[in-house]
Design a protein. Structure first.
Lengths: 281, 441
């Protein structure tokens, strides 16, 4: 019955379709929102400007890819390993599992503030810790060269549990038969992991990766709280830059076109990963 | 009989009505917006901290319900901007620095000019006395000929230094930029705290956009400025580059590591923890530095005029905070009563005498009780600085935030020890482009 779906149709079109359409509309206009002039149609001028003239955009695009690649790789590695460990039977398993999930539940802003203090070059605990193994001291998020890895570590700390959680669910659904026949055939546990567990887990891992990649591309909270894109523009990802352009500089048209680019990027990465999941690659 | 009696009552009522302006002059009606509500947005700031305990008094006096929200500076500015731009803002009063956003907000038609409110005796108490405000603070509130706010605080970009440290190591308090660098070099790494820890020579903001307003003092002392006579960028001239190099050199060689991410919160805590010999920033931060609960340098800090340049130029900048009202306020009367109350002599006296907020009223500065909380050298340097200084603590453009980011990027490059000249020229080109985009007719 059409009439029953109507409320949700209305809600979706008001809250989702309209903003997307309006962003697309604004992205081909130039509009400085604090002047009293109305938007001016510029065609693809905003996109040309982004890719051709705006070195801050190119920097942001690269940093977004860099941050996403680094953070998701770290999280994937740690998350899957952690899931394999937690999947073994041991005492207090349920308790340990819940503890590992806590970072994910905490408020990102609170996490960012705590890490800020840990990263503080003079007072923070991180320089003490790396000092124990003879490294440092580093300036962490104040050093342009290592600010992105430092932020990726924070994101990894927060979101590794998500990958663990999804992988654990995947492990629980694995059939027992392949392992039985492998045992009879005399396969070692290493062989069983590489030849059975990992291939069977692939769709699950790709789903986890998909979630994290999309989220990392759009990461805003921890970066904004910790560095606001600094020092200089060394951690200014696309989302942070767009925020500045739109809500601090008020170039609404240009910010919209940047959002369209970010949207295309997220969509592209998602489609790619879905393809990987279906085994096309 | 009845008719004449009625006529008589009517005449009496008429007389009362005619007499009421005269009555209002003697007894200003603070209750005229009783029962309404206003929403006030405050920036996290010494003035806000000082006035907050008194806000209940406003509610009692006027019968207006006050909803106050406080945000840290960056978020505060973003919040006000977004709300005003949405044209559906429910803000009635907000803290504002006209040199920061006044031109932009005025051109966008977001600000309610208050000249008419000031003139209207039914809305403004006769003892309010607008001319009591220091001249520069009044001027700072005027944008394109219209008064857009009431001053709540005046400050100067200045030099704060550790009297004890300078004395202990026998270093002269800098009055010129050359002496500033020499002092930073001489004191860097020297013991500055009771537990014998070494401190830094100097601390200042290094965070991109935030650093520009402190850098403004170095820029002007060096003899340069933001824009030339034809509004073309001038901060990348020879003197400007010298100023940029000096700022970066000071923080890189004699400042704390990680200066690139320091806003005033971080810089002032490093200084108040006794970890730096000098601190260049707004002298309005002195309540933070003299905070009995948090500071370790109480009574040890001197408040001096910002050092002068090689040709004797003054660098002191004169930023003024005010209270402004958006055009969209649905309760302009209530909003005005709050603005007026918060800047009336009683409240200026209260925040200045209790917490040492640097008020803008001359009469309060003349009152010995009004100065009690403010160190004598600060009082003196503030008075001088506000006379000889420059109101241009920001580039005088519409897109202040965007230009500050562009110039701030060059400051960060300088702190990191990069190619300052190239960074300055790039910043100038960026500012030129931004101005062309945002100030076209």
């Amino acid at each position: 019955m059409l009439v029953f779906t109507l409320p949700s149709v209305v809600a979706v079109s008001l809250l989702m379709a309209f903003p997307v359409a309006y962003t697309l509309y604004m992205s081909v206009h130039s509009w400085y929102a604090s002047s009293l002039t109305s938007p001016e149609f510029v065609g693809l001028g905003n996109f040309r400007r982004a890719f051709v003239e705006d070195d801050r955009f190119r920097n942001a695009l690269w940093l977004t890819v860099y941050f996403t690649g680094l953070a998701t790789a770290l999280q994937l590695l740690l998350g899957v390993s952690l899931a394999l460990v937690l999947n073994r039977p041991f005492r207090g398993k349920g308790f340990v599992r819940s503890i590992f999930l806590l970072p994910m539940v905490a408020t990102p802003v609170a996490i960012a503030l705590v890490w800020m203090m840990m990263y503080n070059p003079t007072l923070g605990v991180m320089n003490y810790l790396v000092g124990l193994v003879g490294l440092g001291p580093y300036k962490w998020v104040s050093n342009a060269a290592i600010v992105v890895p430092a932020l990726a570590v924070v994101d990894t700390w927060e979101w590794t549990p998500l990958i663990t959680l999804i992988t654990l669910a995947g492990l629980a659904t694995l059939p027992i038969e392949p392992y039985e026949s492998a045992l009879i055939d005399g396969a070692s546990s290493t062989q069983m992991f590489w030849r059975i567990t990992l291939p069977l887990l692939r769709p699950t891992i790709v789903v986890a990766l998909l979630f994290r990649a999309i989220d990392c591309l759009k990461t805003f909270d921890i970066i904004y709280v910790m560095t606001q894109g600094g020092p200089g523009f060394a951690s200014e990802t696309l989302n942070v830059y767009t925020f500045q352009v739109g809500l601090f500089y008020f170039h609404i048209g240009y910010a919209s076109s940047l959002l369209v680019i970010l949207f295309a990027l997220v969509l592209g990465v998602s489609l790619l990963l879905i393809k990987v999941r279906r085994g096309a690659w | 009989m009845d008719v004449t009696r009625r006529m008589w009552v009517l005449a009496m009522a008429l007389c009362l009505a005619l007499a009421s302006p005269a009555l209002a002059q003697q007894q200003f009606n603070w209750q005229q917006a009783k029962g309404t509500q206003i929403r006030v947005l405050l920036n996290k700031h010494p003035w806000q901290a000082a006035i907050e305990p008194h806000l209940k008094e406003f509610e009692t006096l006027t019968g207006i319900k006050l909803v106050a929200e406080v945000y840290p500076e960056d978020q505060f500015r973003a919040k006000v901007l977004v709300e005003l731009a949405s044209a559906a803002s429910s803000i009635d009063v907000f803290m504002s620095m006209p040199a920061q956003e006044g031109l932009k907000y005025t051109r966008a038609g977001w600000l309610q000019p208050i000249d008419e409110f000031l003139k209207n005796p039914a809305l403004t108490a006769s003892d309010y006395n607008w001319n009591d405000f220091l001249e520069k603070s009044r001027e700072a509130m005027v944008i394109e000929g219209k008064t857009v706010g009431l001053p709540i605080q005046v400050e100067n970009g200045s030099l704060m230094y550790r009297k004890d440290v300078f004395q202990k190591y026998n270093v002269k308090v800098p009055t010129t930029l050359d002496e500033l660098e020499a002092a930073a070099k001489a004191l860097n790494g020297k013991t500055m705290t009771d537990d014998g820890q070494p401190g830094y020579g100097i601390v200042a903001r290094g965070k991109r956009a935030a650093a520009t307003s402190v850098f403004a003092a170095y820029l002007h002392a060096m003899g340069s400025t933001w824009l030339g006579p034809n509004r073309e960028p001038m901060f990348n001239n020879e003197d400007g580059i010298k100023a940029l190099e000096l700022y970066g050199r000071l923080l890189r060689l004699y400042g704390p590591p990680g200066s690139e991410n320091n806003h005033w919160y971080e810089a002032s805590s490093i200084f108040s923890q006794g970890k730096a010999a000098m601190y260049t920033d707004a002298n309005s931060l002195f309540p933070v530095i003299e905070d009995a609960q948090k500071s370790k340098v109480i009574g040890k800090v001197g408040y001096a005029l910002f050092p002068r340049g090689p040709k004797g130029q003054y660098g002191s900048t004169v930023p003024v905070w005010g209270l402004a009202m958006p055009k969209t306020s649905q309760n302009q009367k209530g909003a005005w009563l709050f603005m007026q109350w918060a800047t009336a002599k009683e409240q200026v006296f209260a925040v200045q005498s209790e917490k040492g907020v640097l008020g803008a009223r001359e009469s309060v500065w003349k009152d010995p009780k009004g100065q009690a909380k403010v160190p004598a050298d600060l009082r003196e340097s503030l008075t001088v600085g506000s006379k000889v200084g420059t109101p241009l603590w920001n580039p005088p453009v519409i897109a202040v935030a965007e230009c500050r980011d562009a110039i701030g990027a060059a400051i960060v490059v300088s702190i990191q020890g990069g190619d300052v000249k190239a960074a300055a020229n790039k910043a100038a080109a960026d500012v030129k482009r931004i101005m062309a985009e945002t100030e076209k007719k």
